[in-house]
Structures are given as C-alpha cells and as structure tokens.
Design a protein around this ligand. Structure first.
Ligand code: FEO
Length: 180
C-alpha cells in the first residue's frame, strides 16, 4: 500500500469526482441509446464513443487516488437523466452536463491550490484541458446542428450531419493545440 500523499478531504473530493465521471458516462449512454431508438445512428455512435471516454476519466481518478495512497470507493451512480425532447435538446443538455462537470473539476484545482498539493494540482490540469476540449467539441456540434436544422433542406442536412457524426473525432482542437 502506497504511503498516503493526499489529504482526507482531497481523497473524498477525488472519490466524488470519480463517481461523477461514471455518471457522465451514464448520461452519454442514455442519450446515445435514445438517439439510436430515434434513428439518429450517427449521433448515437458519437455518444456511445464518448461514453467510453467518460469511463476512462473515471478510471484515471481511481488510479490516481490509489497511487497516492488513498482508496477509491466504488459507489452507486445516479440514474441517467430523462430523455431529451429532440436532438437540439439532447446537445444542449450534453453541453450543460460538461459545463457542470468543468465546475466540479475546478473545485479540485481550488482545493489542491489551497493545500499546496501540487501533485494533485498537476493531475487536475489534464482534466481542465480535457473540459475545454469537451465543451469546444459539443459547441461545434451544436453549431452544425443549428446550421443543419435551419437549412431550407432541413431533413437532408440533418441526415448528412448524423451520417458525418458517426465517425467524428472525440477530440476538439483548442487554442493550446494551434500551431502559430
Ligand atoms: Fe469527463 Fe466529459 O467529462
């Protein structure tokens, strides 16, 4: 067992976030299944893909807690939210889940800073960057949806958007990635 190098308070907060990442996976899983049932196969594939990303995030927290001498606690995951009304609603709610999650990551950064726990501060930076990417990614899909749904040829545009999302990247470019 590793010597404990995180505070009890930090261990609790990291565990809460680990379970929250599992919840994020539940959200993507439920929205993906809803999209599939409603014949948006491409969007469903994209959301299923992102569900795996969220499970990886959960596992990163688990490993970090255990590696730093804490103990990851596998707890109940909240039920997924209600089905969205339509694709626009689905995307807006997905974005809001990501924004809410970014705020939770900020709590870890704030506590790490307060405790001068620079290892956790460094660990959390990966998630700060990841949240920027995820918000950017979902925002870009919302932009595409807005374009497609207001196009005069609405159904064809939505069909094409759905088809393109099927194998779309799960990563978004952020200013840090840009080459100048
Ligand atoms: Fe792991 Fe999309 O937050």
């Amino acid at each position: 067992m590793a010597k404990k190098r995180i505070s009890d308070k930090m261990e609790k907060l990291l565990n809460t976030q680990m379970t929250r990442e599992a919840y994020q996976a539940q959200v993507y899983l439920s929205y993906a299944s809803w999209a599939e049932v409603n014949s948006f196969t491409g969007i469903a594939n994209f959301l299923y893909g992102h569900m795996h990303e969220e499970r990886e995030h959960m596992f990163k927290f688990l490993k970090y807690i255990n590696d730093r001498g804490g103990a990851a606690k596998i707890e109940a995951i909240d039920a997924a939210p209600k089905n969205p009304k339509d694709i626009g609603d689905c995307l807006q709610k997905t974005l809001q889940h990501e924004i809410d999650n970014s705020k939770e990551i900020d709590k870890i950064v704030n506590l790490a800073h307060e405790e001068k726990d620079w290892a956790t501060f460094n660990f959390a930076q990966w998630f700060v960057q990841e949240q920027i990417e995820e918000e950017t990614l979902i925002n870009s899909i919302i932009d595409k949806y807005n374009l497609a749904s207001t196009n005069v040829d609405g159904n064809t545009s939505l069909y094409e958007m759905d088809r393109d999302l099927s194998d779309a990247s799960q990563e978004a470019e952020t200013p840090r990635d840009e080459a100048f």
